[in-house]
Design a binder for this molecule. Structure first.
Ligand SMILES: *[C@@H]1O[C@H](CO)[C@@H](O)[C@H](O)[C@H]1NC(C)=O
Ligand SMILES: *[C@@H]1O[C@H](CO)[C@@H](O)[C@H](O)[C@H]1NC(C)=O
Length: 363
């Protein structure tokens, strides 16, 4: 099990181990296996170190999840002035602040970790977990079309055990934060982590009496004589991660500012007439900086050189992305894979072709 450099870096910055900051700052992270990570973080006392030692492969799945989360962040923000880039120190600066963007990152990496751990369970990679136990489940609410006469169905197959993923994400990510962070900041981070997990696995909130919309899918397979489908086996699947990203972006758009309550134990909305945050809301405490121009302090890289679309008026359009500085046309040579051939079995070889592409770039 080898993590790439980015994944190692993400584990250290996002999982609250003391050594995190040191590693990230050193900027010189070798690819290493998950056992290595545990050794490096041996200085971290207590729970987390023990977890790391006893379940390094779960940590590995969490790490891949944070990486999945960041890739999704880059997709969701591709047309925004801040595009979730990991270039230079920018990403780290964003995470040090407590702004709307930080809230999204925290939520999406937590969601990602639930996703990859759950997937690792379903695919049999982890000893600690497997498919969801269908006996523990109440009867599903299948779409009406399944209720056709004569079809019998039952739980079977391999359902995703999202609850294991959920708990693993909590165990690895929700320990005490570094002391330099204020209590309010800790509350906000934990809140956004949890919101991400809930958006990933909303079915968990349905376990009470409230039948809230369930984001898990139900997949079925037909059995019976010559696929007559007189028997169906069904199991629960997680939504595609893209769907989770889309929902989190909606949450980002409606995120709001909070502050600590008088006793510091709770988050309350900073504005008047705003409802207290519920479990799925993303929250932050500081307004975002300007991302139009580069600024070292805030981690803004500016939007100069970003590709934009002059025909679009909203997000991704040149007017919005270039912050009114205008844009230029440029022809660039781009390399593409072409003339791909499939060789038995199983490689694909392609040639490189370059074509010129007309781009519009922000000044
Ligand atoms: C994201 O923004 C940075 C800085 O503006 C830019 O260098 C990079 O190419 C952008 N990434 C993508 C995928 O557009
Ligand atoms: C790019 O623009 C030039 C000049 O405007 C045009 O001749 C050319 O066909 C365009 N290329 C592409 C790939 O659109």
């Amino acid at each position: 099990m080898i993590l790439n450099r980015t994944e190692v870096a993400l584990v250290f910055i996002l999982c609250p181990m003391d050594i995190v900051a040191l590693w990230w700052v050193s900027g010189n992270l070798p690819a290493m296996d998950s056992n290595g990570i545990c050794q490096k973080s041996r200085r971290t006392a207590g729970n987390q170190a023990a977890l790391c030692q006893s379940q390094p492969e779960v940590l590995y799945a969490v790490a891949r999840g944070t990486s999945l989360g960041v890739r999704e962040c880059q997709h969701q923000f591709r047309h925004h002035q801040w595009n979730c880039t990991q270039q230079g120190k920018s990403f780290r600066r964003i995470l040090q602040q407590d702004i709307r963007e930080t809230a999204f990152v925290f939520a999406v990496v937590a969601a990602g970790s639930v996703h990859t751990v759950t997937q690792a369970c379903s695919s049999g990679e982890l000893l600690q977990c497997g498919c969801e136990d269908p006996h523990g489940r109440r009867p599903p609410q299948l779409p009406a079309t399944f209720g056709k006469q004569g079809i019998i169905w039952e739980w079977g197959g391999c359902g995703d055990d999202v609850e294991f993923g959920f708990e693993a994400s909590r165990r690895f990510m929700d320990t005490k934060r570094r002391k330099t962070k204020s209590d309010v900041r800790t509350l906000i981070d934990l809140h956004n982590y949890e919101a991400g997990r809930l958006v990933q696995s909303w079915s968990l909130v349905c376990h009470g009496q409230h039948a809230v919309r369930n984001h898990m899918w139900t997949e079925c397979k037909c059995h019976g004589l010559s696929s007559s489908c007189s028997l169906k086996t069904c199991w629960r699947k997680m939504p595609h991660f893209r769907e989770v990203g889309d929902r989190l972006l909606q949450r980002y758009n409606s995120a709001f500012r909070v502050m600590g309550s008088n006793d510091g134990g709770m988050l309350v909305p900073a504005g008047q007439g705003v409802k207290p945050p519920d479990g799925l809301d993303l929250v932050y405490s500081d307004e975002s900086p300007d991302f139009c121009l580069p600024c070292r302090r805030t981690g803004s890289l500016g939007t100069g050189g970003r590709a934009c679309d002059s025909r679009v008026t909203g997000m991704g359009g040149c007017r919005q992305l270039c912050c009114g500085r205008g844009h230029k046309k440029e022809t660039q040579l781009v390399e593409l894979n072409c003339l791909c051939r499939f060789y038995w079995c199983c490689t694909v070889e392609c040639e490189k072709c370059s074509t010129s592409k007309n781009l519009t770039l922000c000044l």
